[in-house]
Design a protein around this ligand. Structure first.
Ligand code: HEM
Length: 139
């Protein structure tokens, strides 16, 4: 059934729209919080901004993951044999570990150099995920 979805005239493109919306929410909110932590918008309270941006980033990830897994279901064999797809999944796992470390050490309360470093690493990883995602279409 999911393989038929892959050739549907509008269902697959709509899944890509949902995927891109999820990515925009995820990256947009993470970058917003990162800029605040790096000193932009000093009047914005970090706690309140972090709650909002992390909730929206989490929602974005759920949208990207659900649409991504559905798209994966339309061509699992092809994607599992694709090294760029494997790299993308490994990078998502790495981003999860980085986020786990960020929260485990209570980085949002400390807001120290390590917290800032982990945020930069997070953005770089998500940009690499984005690059792999787009690249899959050309492999
Ligand atoms: C569990 C999570 C995810 C899965 C299973 C997944 C899977 C997929 C699949 C199967 C495609 C279609 C490939 C194609 O048709 O060429 C795709 C496209 C894409 N993915 Fe993901 N993805 C996930 C999360 C993400 C995240 C978090 C990002 C970015 C931060 C991302 C970025 C992209 C991009 C940029 C595209 C290309 C969209 C387009 O060209 O229209 N993906 N993804």
């Amino acid at each position: 059934m999911l393989t038929a979805l892959g050739s549907h005239p509008w269902a697959y493109p709509m899944l890509e729209v949902v995927h891109l919306f999820g990515i925009a929410l995820l990256l947009g909110n993470l970058v917003l919080l990162e800029l605040r932590v790096f000193g932009l918008g000093p009047t914005l309270p970090v706690d309140a901004l972090a709650r909002l941006s992390q909730t929206l980033a989490g929602l974005g990830f759920v949208l990207a993951a659900v649409s991504g897994l559905t798209m994966f279901g339309t061509m699992p064999g092809e994607l599992l044999a694709n090294r760029v797809f494997t790299a993308k999944m490994a990078l998502i796992l790495l981003a999860g570990c980085n986020a786990g470390l960020f929260h485990a050490r209570d980085s949002l309360r400390k807001l120290d150099a390590t917290a800032r470093g982990l945020m930069v690493v997070s953005t770089v990883i998500w940009l690499l995920v984005l690059t792999c995602g787009r690249w899959i279409g050309y492999t």
